[in-house]
Design a protein around this ligand. Structure first.
Ligand code: IMP
Length: 431
């Protein structure tokens, strides 16, 4: 695998954690390049379940170096909570197997507070964020008023920049939102204590990752969220604040595009979305409820019930095209067992009657588009123990092959349950 991008090709929660954990055993480095603790990557190993928010899913594999690169928004509290949680469960985490970029921006308490206050302020127009301070942190990065991990490690710089930041944020918190301002000294005390614990992990991760590429090391880039939540290509404003597809790697890990060898998208055999925003194939009805129940579709970060619907080939085709996807992994195929029929959204019908196979990125409002579905007969067999493609029921294979045909990209693997070994290989992940 010299260097491989694995990203979510829907609206997040595609089951990336499990697949990345599986692929990490062949990787020297696993790199997170965007997002923050808004992500929730679930990995099940035997009877143990791990939910990772910030630390790359490769951490459960001995020998893999895990990198949180400059494009990630890092909440030091969440980072250390996760390190401590892994330690308690006997997973060794130190500056040897976990590297944190000195250039990653810091999520402070005021970012979390403002995230939640802004959502309240937006009222009906709320985004449905995870409340983890992601948007406000990236906003400060773009405004050049944020602090980076390196700034946190230098007490004088930290004091000067945090004082300037809090003066402005407290005005916003108090005067616009009529809420309680934060005290500079107690914030400084808290974050300088945390900084000392971060220090052993901090380095120039860009140099580390580029050196690894030159040395022919195997690098796996772990995307968080999904391509349809991408700040540039997604369903803006109902998106997260980073570039979630393979496109985020180049700036988010300071990694040259020419070094990236392969791109794999991950999509569920159906579709889910958390938070507000367009979701053309959503089933806000008993079918959607049944998918939610069978797939246990509740957020691993916020516990919110996920909105559920059918596989949307228009959205996945677009996501794969934008990131230059070479192959697709389809997860949760087992969740569809027992449905009499399964729908697959092939095209969209626009309000004037025009039908399109392409994602309508030119339309300002996606609320009134109607998917055009093809219906497939379902299968009743439990497929969680199947490990060979040929052993799947014919109807399941027909459905998978229809997905492949519609997306125009090979389906390289299927996942049929949460355990590491519950996969059905179909093609080489790296040629
Ligand atoms: P934020 O990233 O917390 O600002 O939230 C922005 C949007 O992205 C909201 O709709 C969230 O529900 C969604 N989102 C953020 N992280 C994830 C994720 O890991 N999975 C699914 N949706 C997410």
């Amino acid at each position: 695998m010299p260097s491989l991008s694995v990203f979510g090709a829907q609206w997040g929660d595609e089951g990336k954690g499990k697949l990345i954990d599986l692929m990490a055993k062949d990787a020297d480095l696993v790199v997170r390049y965007q997002g923050g603790a808004n992500a929730g990557h679930t990995v099940v190993v035997g009877s143990e379940k791990y939910v990772l928010h910030l630390i790359p899913s490769g951490i459960l594999n001995r020998g893999t170096v895990n990198v949180i690169a400059n494009g990630v928004a890092v909440d030091p509290l969440k980072f250390l909570e996760e390190v401590d949680g892994l330690h308690k469960r006997g997973i060794a985490v130190d500056g040897g197997n976990l590297k944190l970029s000195a250039h990653a921006h810091v999520i402070f308490e005021h970012h979390r507070v403002i995230d939640q206050l802004s959502e309240r302020w937006r009222g009906e127009g709320r985004i449905g964020t995870t409340g983890r301070g992601i948007g406000p942190c990236y906003a400060d990065k773009a405004a050049r008023t944020g602090l980076r991990i390196g700034d946190l490690l230098d007490p004088a710089v930290c004091r000067q920049r945090l004082r300037a930041a809090l003066a402005e944020k407290n005005a916003l918190i108090e005067r616009v939102h009529a809420s309680t301002p934060l005290d500079l000294e107690s914030q400084l005390d808290r974050y300088s204590m945390l900084a000392e614990r971060l220090r052993p992990f901090v380095c120039d991760t860009g140099a580390l990752v580029r050196r690894a590429a030159r040395d022919n090391k195997r690098i796996l880039f772990e995307g968080a969220q999904g391509a349809m939540l991408d700040i540039d290509g997604g369903t803006e404003p109902f998106v997260t604040s980073s570039n979630t597809g393979a496109n985020g790697i180049f700036s988010g890990a300071m990694f040259p595009a020419k070094y990236l060898n392969r791109v794999i998208g991950i999509a569920k055999a159906y579709c889910t979305r958390v938070g507000e925003g367009p979701f053309p194939s959503e089933q806000d009805n008993p079918t959607g409820e049944r998918i939610r129940k069978q797939g246990n579709e509740y957020g691993s970060t916020t516990g919110r019930p996920r909105r559920c619907g059918w596989f949307d080939a228009v959205a996945v085709r677009y996501a794969m095209e934008v990131s230059g996807g070479d192959g697709l992994i389809v997860t949760n195929l087992d969740v569809l067992s027992g449905f009499d029929s399964i729908q697959l959204a092939l095209r969209y019908r626009l309000p004037g009657g025009e039908e399109r196979r392409e994602w309508p990125a030119d339309l300002p409002n996606l609320d009134s588009i109607e998917p055009v579905y093809e219906s497939f007969p379902g299968w009743s067999e439990d497929i969680t123990a199947v490990r060979r493609y040929a052993d799947l029921p014919q109807r399941a294979r027909d459905y998978v092959e229809a997905l492949e045909r519609e997306i125009g990209i090979p389906v390289l693997m299927l996942s049929v349950g949460p355990e590491r070994d519950q996969v059905i290989p179909r093609g080489a992940l790296m040629p």
